[in-house]
Design a protein around this ligand. Structure first.
Ligand code: NAD
Ligand code: UDP
Ligand code: UDP
Length: 319
C-alpha cells in the first residue's frame, strides 16, 4: 500500500485551481511530490493556488483538457470539470466535452506514459437513487435528457472510458465516486447549498431552502475527502474502484439550514423556493468498500467542518 511507493512523484492534477484540486495540490506538495497543475480557470481561480506558486516543485499550466496535452508525469488526478449545478448548466455542451473528451485525452496521456490515473467521478452517477444508501453496485437512476444530464451522463461516460482503457489497454485506473464535499475555499457564488447558506447567513439574508427541505445529502469535509483520494491513488493495482468516498452522516436541507444559522449566530429566516428539476431526494454513501479496501473513513463531523468553513468565509468576504 502507501508505504511501498516512492514519495517523489511527478503528479498531474487537472482542475488543480478548483476547490478540491487546490487542496489536493497542497497536500501532494506537503509530502514532497512535484505537482503540475492544469486548469482553464473556468470555475477555478489563480487565487486558490497563489500561495503555491513560489514552490519550486509546483507548476501551473493554463490549458483546457478537451485538447490534447503532452507532459511527462507518473500519476494523473483528473478533476477538471465544473461541479456545481449553476456552473455545469451554464454551458452544458462544454460540460459533456470536458468530461468525455477530457477523459479520452487524459487516458491517452496515461496510456502513453504508463501512468496511474484517478477519475473524480461523482455520486451523481446514481441520479435520483431508489436504493438507499448507495453501494457501488447500484447502477443508478439518471435522466439522460434533463438539465443535470450533461454532468451526470458525462461522468458516467467517463467511467465507461476508464474501464474500457483498463480492459483494452491495461491502463491502471482508480475511479472515485465523490459525494457532496464542502470546506474552505469553496466558491461563494457556485450555488451549492453549503456556500449559499453560509453566505446568506453571514449577510443576514434569507436562507433559501429549495422545495420543502426534506431532501437529504451527506456532507464530507474536504480534508477527509482528499485523504481518501490519495489513499485510493496509492492503493494496490487491483483496486480500480469505483469506490464511494463521502461522509455517511445524512441531513435534510432544513437541518443544514438550522445548523448554519446556529453556528453563525445569524438572524436569517428560512425561505422556501421552487425545487429544481430532477433534484435527487436522498443521497448517502455506503462506504464499506472504502473502509475495507483503503482503511478510510471520515473523521470530521458536520458541526466541526461547518465551523471551519464559516471561519474561512468570514475571513475571505467579511473581514
Ligand atoms: P471546481 O469547479 O472548484 O473545480 C473544477 C476545476 O476544473 C476548476 O478549477 C475549473 O476551472 C477546472 N476546469 C473546468 N473545465 C475545465 C477544462 N475543460 N479544462 C481544464 N480545467 C477545467 O469543483 P470541485 O468541487 O473542486 O470539483 C472537482 C472535481 O470533483 C470535479 O470533477 C467534480 O465533478 C468532482 N466532484 C466534486 C464534488 C464536490 O462536492 N465538490 C462532488 C462530486 C464530484
Ligand atoms: N493524448 C494526449 N496526450 C498524450 C497522448 C494522447 O493528449 O500524451 C490524447 C490524444 O489527443 C488522443 C487521446 O489522448 O486523441 C486518446 O489517445 P489514444 O492513444 O487512446 O488514442 P489515439 O491517439 O489512437 O486517438
Ligand atoms: N439547495 C437548497 N438551497 C440552496 C441551494 C441548494 O435547498 O440555496 C438544495 C438543492 O435543491 C439540493 C441540495 O440543496 O437538494 C444540494 O444542492 P447542491 O447544489 O449543493 O448539490 P447537489 O444537488 O448537486 O447534490
Amino acid at each position: 500500500m502507501a508505504g511501498i511507493r516512492s514519495y517523489n512523484r511527478r503528479v498531474l492534477v487537472t482542475g488543480g485551481a478548483g476547490f478540491l484540486g487546490s487542496h489536493l495540490c497542497e497536500r501532494l506538495l506537503a509530502r514532497g511530490d512535484e505537482v503540475v497543475c492544469v486548469d482553464n480557470y473556468f470555475t477555478g481561480a489563480r487565487a486558490n493556488i497563489a500561495h503555491l506558486l513560489g514552490n519550486p516543485r509546483f507548476e501551473a499550466i493554463r490549458h483546457d483538457v478537451t485538447f490534447p496535452l503532452y507532459v511527462e508525469v507518473d500519476e494523473i488526478y483528473n478533476l477538471a470539470c465544473p461541479a456545481s449545478p449553476i456552473h455545469y448548466q451554464h454551458d452544458p455542451v462544454q460540460t459533456t466535452k470536458t468530461s468525455v473528451h477530457g477523459a479520452i485525452n487524459m487516458l491517452g496521456l496515461a496510456k502513453r506514459l504508463n501512468a496511474r490515473i484517478l477519475q473524480a467521478s461523482t455520486s451523481e452517477v446514481y441520479g435520483d437513487p431508489v436504493v438507499h444508501p448507495q453501494p457501488e453496485e447500484y447502477w443508478g437512476n439518471v435522466n439522460p435528457i434533463g438539465p443535470r444530464s450533461c454532468y451526470d451522463e458525462g461522468k458516467r461516460c467517463a467511467e465507461t472510458l476508464f474501464f474500457d482503457y483498463h480492459r483494452q489497454h491495461r491502463v491502471q485506473i482508480k475511479v472515485m465516486r465523490i459525494f457532496n464535499t464542502y470546506g474552505p475555499r469553496m466558491h461563494p457564488n457556485d450555488g451549492r447549498v453549503v456556500s449559499n447558506f453560509i453566505m446568506q447567513a453571514l449577510r443576514g439574508e434569507p436562507i433559501t431552502v429549495y422545495g420543502d427541505g426534506a431532501q437529504t445529502r451527506s456532507f464530507c469535509y474536504v480534508d477527509d475527502l482528499i485523504d481518501g483520494m490519495m489513499r485510493l491513488m496509492d492503493s494496490d493495482p487491483g483496486v480500480t474502484g469505483p469506490i464511494n468516498i463521502g461522509n455517511p452522516g445524512e441531513f435534510t436541507m432544513l437541518e443544514l439550514a438550522e445548523r448554519v444559522i446556529a453556528l453563525t449566530g445569524s438572524h436569517s429566516a428560512i425561505e422556501h423556493r421552487l425545487l429544481p428539476q430532477d433534484d435527487p431526494r436522498q443521497r448517502r454513501p455506503d462506504i464499506t468498500k472504502a473502509k475495507t479496501l483503503l482503511g478510510w473513513e471520515p473523521a470530521v463531523p458536520l458541526h466541526e467542518g461547518l465551523a471551519r468553513t464559516i471561519d474561512d468565509f468570514r475571513h475571505r468576504f467579511f473581514a
